[in-house]
Design a protein around this ligand. Structure first.
Ligand SMILES: Nc1nc2c(ncn2[C@@H]2O[C@H](COP(=O)(O)OP(=O)(O)OP(=O)(O)O)[C@@H](O)[C@H]2O)c(=O)[nH]1
Ligand SMILES: [Mg+2]
Length: 302
């Protein structure tokens, strides 16, 4: 995962051999770096921003005599990525859940996204993750739209060992979510995970339905689930979904199959909201909390 993004940074570092850096000798390597970022799903203006930050940092400091050029360059890249991912946005889901639990209220999460991004699988993974952390959860089968969705969700839930609250197909997804919340409140279940149907932005009926789910449930967290393989499109999708509901966080799935890796940078920078988890495979344990150090290890560790 992320090999291509890493190789773009690596090429940049190997290209620069001198300690005497100036506008002139940086121009070409920087241009190449930007091109490689854009080719690997970093949105154009985010790539530009990265280029500017790297340049500013390189020109603004001197490489001391004893230090190696490549170590210095890697440090600059790390600092730049940290700035783009904005470390001021760390997010600890377990802590948030525990805070609500102190008031004996469930932590409500609604998962949204276009078709097939991995919402239902991610919910099963998170139910499993909470279970491992001794936190109870219940899932609302609020995708009452797609044929087979409820059975698919029940199958996952059975394997993970969590309860699903469901109604009939075609019933109102908000009312399913509402029942799941009532269930959680009555039984002191700590998290409600609301599965919703995949939808396209052009489908205004489904988009309005989504808004209703969020209005009715008043979730603690609205999570956009994006498929890393969709690259730059994920950014466009999140932005369009945000026209209807406030998105508080993202989860990027299928990063195990994503050699480019730029999506994470773009989504985080453009939404100004944290990426809280990444999906790393199809199994229930294939989910990892996303944080800056973890990401840096993948892309600047060469
Ligand atoms: N490799 C890989 N596959 C994943 C990951 N997450 C989900 N998938 C696969 O993606 C496919 C779609 O997953 P679903 O969870 O059904 O997606 P969805 O968003 O609920 O789909 P709809 O409800 O139809 O919109 C399944 O085959 C999953 O196994 C991941 O992190 N890595
Ligand atoms: Mg689904």
């Amino acid at each position: 995962m992320f090999e291509k993004l890493k190789s773009g940074f690596k090429t940049f570092v190997t290209k620069i051999k001198t300690k005497e850096l100036n506008e002139e000798n940086l121009a070409e390597p920087l241009e190449e770096l930007k091109i490689s970022l854009v080719k690997n799903d970093v949105a154009y203006f985010v790539a530009d921003k990265i280029g500017d930050l790297v340049k500013e940092k390189l020109l603004g400091s001197r490489i001391t005599r004893g230090s190696k050029v490549d170590t210095f360059l890697k440090g600059v890249i790390r600092d730049t990525i940290k700035e783009i991912l904005d470390e001021s946005r760390p997010f600890d889901i377990l802590e948030r859940v525990r805070e609500k639990a102190e008031d004996d209220e469930p932590y409500i999460m609604v998962f949204l996204g276009v078709n097939g991004t991995g919402k239902t699988t991610t919910i099963a993974k998170l139910a499993n993750y909470f279970k491992k952390n001794k936190i109870s959860s219940v899932i609302a089968a609020s995708d009452t739209f797609r044929a087979g969705s409820i059975e698919q969700l029940e199958k996952h839930a059975r394997k993970v060992g969590v309860r699903v609250i469901k109604h009939e197909y075609k019933s109102d997804p908000s009312s399913v979510a509402w029942d799941a919340i009532a269930h959680a409140q009555a039984r002191h279940v700590r998290v409600v995970l609301v599965d919703t149907a995949g939808r396209q932005v052009m489908d205004t009926n489904l988009m309005r339905e989504m808004k209703k789910i969020v209005d009715v449930t008043e979730p603690d967290l609205v999570v956009y689930v994006g498929d890393a393989l969709a690259g730059n499109d994920v950014v466009t999708q999140v932005q369009k979904f945000s026209d209807y509901v406030p998105i508080n966080a993202s989860i990027l799935t299928k990063i195990d199959a994503d050699a480019s890796g730029g999506g994470a940078l773009s989504v985080s920078f453009i939404t100004k909201k944290p990426i809280i988890f990444v999906g790393t495979g199809q199994g229930y344990n294939d989910i990892a909390p996303f944080n800056v150090e973890w990401f840096l290890k993948k892309i600047v560790d060469f």
